[in-house]
Design a protein around this ligand. Structure first.
Ligand SMILES: C[S@@+](CC[C@H](N)C(=O)[O-])C[C@H]1O[C@@H](n2cnc3c(N)ncnc32)[C@H](O)[C@@H]1O
Length: 363
């Protein structure tokens, strides 16, 4: 694939990710990934138990209402161990973006040229509109990623590499996307001709779905032109025929009853709850009767206690997630039902995060 040479000039990291611009940067990012694994992921359980003990000793209720969550934040952030833990979390996040951003920027012109070149070839396609109006909420520097998803031309590459480090190895070789895609609901008559991936980012879930349903027409949409441009280049590298298009999930430019499967993997916690409702109505409109919608995201208020709400609040602050607290406080299953989905029984054990599956009723 000649056009993608600029991405893979230094080879691939963890099977699928374009390597950074120098061995030194790669080594530094390996260190950050290991530090995150050792200091954050491995400590999450004991830190959680310690936090719950502090809450318990202070006689705090574990009911997940907004005021008790903010009280928990105030109380727990007075503790030196927790203050240090969350400062390390924030610093590691800032460090990994700084290195990834600086490293990729050294090759910025070549990388942008590679994105331009990839647009002209298939398999699959990419469509975007330079005059597309990006809603204000979608312009934040989510994950504290420099420039955010929508305003930084290299955001697709940044996000892809950043996810690898953030996931501490779980996303290597697209393993995580494959696991997520394997939990997607199958439509009622098992027929799958068309699939839509909402908020597709680098297109890793779109590709994983293509692996499961190689004959289906797969579409990935994202508000960011930079994301769909990169997703297309990444899909070409894997020789997948997928169509990527810049589009708002709340204003889908597809016919009624068009798709057999719609998936939203980690989109909903990145939009305001008012937008979620519109996305759900649009999703129902474009699904054919009996078609399935799978919403994979964080657990909502059904399954959370005050400590996990506190954790969400801290993640919102340390990971630049302005809409995460609103999402976890909402009851997305209830909203899906209100909009008209026929819900599958909720089975959190089936999913790595939390998945909700709804079907479009037949009538
Ligand atoms: C966490 S990422 C999703 C990850 C991706 N689904 C995957 O499987 O790797 C969220 C994505 O949603 C996109 N997004 C946010 N709001 C959107 C909207 N209203 N419509 C479409 N895409 C949106 C962002 O640009 C971002 O790329």
């Amino acid at each position: 694939m000649a056009t993608n040479e600029a991405f893979y000039k230094r080879g691939k990291t963890a099977g699928v990710f374009p390597s950074l611009s120098s061995r030194r940067d790669e080594a530094y990012m390996n260190f950050i990934e290991d530090a995150r694994n050792l200091l954050l992921h491995a400590q999450q359980k004991p830190i959680g138990e310690y936090s719950k003990l502090l809450l318990n000793n202070a006689g705090k209720s574990m009911e997940p209402d907004p005021s008790s969550t903010m009280e928990a934040v105030e109380l727990l952030m007075k503790d030196n161990v927790l203050k240090t833990y969350y400062r390390i979390k924030r610093t590691l996040q800032e460090s990994f973006w700084e290195c990834t951003y600086n490293s990729l920027n050294m090759r910025k012109n070549d990388l942008l040229q590679a994105l331009d070149d990839a647009e002209k070839i298939g398999p699959g396609s990419v469509t975007y509109d330079p005059s597309f109006s990006i809603p204000e909420y979608a312009t934040s520097e989510i994950h504290i990623q420099p420039g955010g998803n929508a305003n930084e031309p290299l955001s697709g590459l940044l996000y892809d590499y950043g996810s690898k480090v953030f996931m501490g190895g779980a996303a290597d070789n697209d393993m995580f996307a494959d696991m997520q895609a394997s939990t997607v609901g199958v439509p009622k008559n098992n027929k799958v001709n068309r699939i839509l991936d909402l908020g597709c980012s680098a297109g890793v879930t779109s590709s994983a779905l293509k692996r499961i349903y190689p004959d289906a027409e797969v579409w990935g949409i994202d508000v960011s032109s930079h994301m769909v441009r990169y997703a297309h280049a990444r899909a070409i590298e894997q020789n997948y025929d997928i169509n990527f298009k810049q589009m708002l999930a709340e204003e889908l430019n597809f016919d009624n009853n068009h798709f057999d499967i719609v998936v939203a993997n980690l989109l909903f916690h990145e939009v305001p709850v008012s937008v979620s409702k519109k996305i759900l109505s649009e999703t129902l409109r474009v699904l054919r009767p009996g078609g399935s919608f799978t919403l994979i995201d964080f657990p909502g208020d059904k399954t959370r206690d005050v400590y996990t709400m506190f954790f969400g609040e801290m993640d919102a602050a340390d990971n630049g997630e302005p809409f995460l607290p609103g999402f976890v406080r909402s009851n997305v299953e209830e909203i899906m039902e209100e909009v008209g989905f026929e819900m599958s029984p909720y089975d959190p054990s089936k999913f790595i995060l939390a998945g909700r599956i709804g079907f479009k009723p037949n009538n």
